[in-house]
Design a protein around this ligand. Structure first.
Ligand code: ADP
Ligand code: MG
Length: 348
C-alpha cells in the first residue's frame, strides 16, 4: 500500500511537471492511466494522425499488462514465476518466451555488475520485510541471513532458449523480477503505442519511463528527477528528453527505521543485507527501459565509487544523487552529459 501511494505521488508529480511546464498547445494531450504490478501506469500522448480511440487503447494496454503480470508477478501465486518458485526441483521448467527474455537480460546485467544485480535475492527481500509477505517484528539474525544466502546466486540459475526453460541448481532458489519487470512492461507498451502510430508520448509505470517525440508544441518532454528526501516532494533536476527509456531507483521511500537505522528494499547479494551507503538515488537512461530499470537497481547496490567506474567503462548514462553531511551532491556520467544537453539543477 505504501508503495502504491508512493508511486501514485510520483506519477502525479510527473504529470504536474509534464503539464505544468508546458504551453497551451499541449492541452491537446490525451491521458490514460490504470493500475498494475502494485503501482500505477499512465500515458500522456498526442493522438495518431488518424485519431486514437482512447478507450480501446487503454483496454489493450491494460490487457497486455495483466498478461505480463500473470507471467512475472511474485504476488500472484498462480503466475508462471510463482509456479517456478514453488517447483522444488532442479529439473528444467518450461517458461514463456517473454519470461525467458527478461531472465536473459537480468543474467546479463548480473554478469556486467559482478552480481550486484541478482534476481535470486527474493528470499532475502522477504526476510527483510519488503516482499509479498508481512514484515516480522525483529531484524533478521546473522543465522537467518546466512541460511538464505546459501540459496542465493544468479549463477545457480540456468536458462535455455529453445524451447524456453529455466532451472535452478538448488531446489529452494526463487526468482524475483521486481527490479526489471516494470521496465520491461514499459518497453512492451511503447511498442504497442508505436504500432498504433502514436509517436509522441510519455509512458510510465511506477516511475519507469519511455519517452518519444515531443509534448505537443515541438519541444522535448520535461522529466523531473525527485530530490531524495523523505516526506517531502521536491524536484532536484529537470531533464529535457526525447526518444529514450528512463528508470530511477532510490532508498528514500521504500524503507523503514528500526533503532535509528534505515533498512531499504535494495539488498546487497553479498552481505544479504539492505544497502547502506550515501547514494540516495540513481537514474539511468537507456533505449530499453528494462535495461535502465535493472541498471538503476544494480548501481544502487554498487554505491557511488564502483557505480561511477561501471558507468564510465560501459558508457552508461546515469545521474546519481548522493547524500553528503550538509547537502546533496550530484554525479552525471559522461554518457549522460552527451545524452542530455542541459540538465537543469533546481536549487534547494
Ligand atoms: P522500485 O521498485 O522502487 O522501482 P527497483 O527497480 O530498484 O525499485 O526494484 C526494487 C526491488 O528489486 C526490491 O523490492 C526487490 O524485490 C528487488 N531487489 C532488491 N535488491 C535487488 C538486487 N540486488 N538485485 C535484483 N533485485 C533486487
Ligand atoms: Mg529497477
Amino acid at each position: 500500500m505504501r508503495q502504491l501511494l508512493f508511486n501514485l505521488i510520483i506519477s502525479f508529480l510527473l504529470l504536474i511537471l509534464t503539464s505544468g511546464c508546458q504551453q497551451e498547445k499541449t492541452t491537446d494531450l490525451l491521458r490514460i492511466s490504470g493500475q498494475t504490478m502494485g503501482t500505477t501506469w499512465s500515458v500522456a500522448m498526442l493522438p495518431s494522425s488518424d485519431g486514437t480511440d482512447v478507450a480501446a487503447l487503454k483496454q489493450r494496454l491494460q490487457k497486455r499488462l495483466d498478461q505480463i503480470n500473470s507471467l512475472m508477478s511474485t504476488y500472484d501465486p498462480e503466475s508462471e514465476l510463482s509456479r517456478f518458485n514453488n517447483h522444488l526441483s532442479t529439473d528444467w521448467f518450461a517458461i514463456s518466451e517473454e519470461t525467458a527474455q527478461v531472465i536473459e537480460l537480468s543474467q546479463a546485467i548480473s554478469g556486467l555488475t559482478d552480481g550486484a544485480f541478482d534476481i535470486s535475492v527474493g528470499p532475502l527481500v522477504e526476510l527483510w520485510g519488503f516482499g509479498a509477505t508481512e514484515r516480522g517484528e525483529t531484524i533478521p539474525s546473522e543465522g537467518q541471513i546466512n541460511k538464505l544466502l546459501a540459496r542465493v546466486g544468479y549463477e545457480k540459475i540456468q536458462l535455455r532458449r529453445e524451447p524456453p526453460a529455466v532451472n535452478k541448481q538448488i531446489p529452494g532458489l526463487r526468482i524475483d523480477l521486481s527490479a526489471v519487470a516494470k521496465g520491461y512492461a514499459v518497453d512492451v507498451l511503447a511498442e504497442i503505442l508505436e504500432l498504433q502510430d502514436v509517436n509522441n508520448y510519455l509512458l510510465e509505470i511506477g516511475g519507469e519511463l519511455q519517452i518519444a517525440g515531443h509534448r505537443g508544441d515541438g519541444t522535448p518532454w520535461q522529466i523531473a528527477i525527485e530530490r531524495p528526501v523523505e516526506d517531502t516532494r521536491e524536484v532536484a533536476a529537470i531533464f529535457p528528453l526525447t526518444d529514450t527509456g528512463l528508470a530511477t531507483s532510490g532508498n528514500y521511500r521504500n524503507f523503514y527505521m528500526e533503532d535509528g537505522q534505515r533498512y531499504s528494499h535494495t539488498i546487497d547479494p553479498v552481505s544479504g543485507k539492505p544497502i547502506r551507503h550515501k547514494l540516495a538515488s540513481v537514474t539511468v537512461l537507456d533505449q530499453s527501459s528494462a535495461r535502465a530499470d535493472a541498471l538503476a537497481t544494480a548501481l544502487m547496490v554498487m554505491g557511488e565509487e564502483k557505480g561511477r567506474e561501471l558507468c564510465e567503462k560501459n558508457h552508461i548514462a546515469a545521474y546519481f544523487l548522493i547524500h553528503e553531511k550538509e547537502a546533496m551532491t550530484v554525479y552525471a556520467s559522461p554518457a549522460l552529459l552527451k545524452f542530455v544537453e542541459e540538465v537543469e539543477e533546481v536549487e534547494e
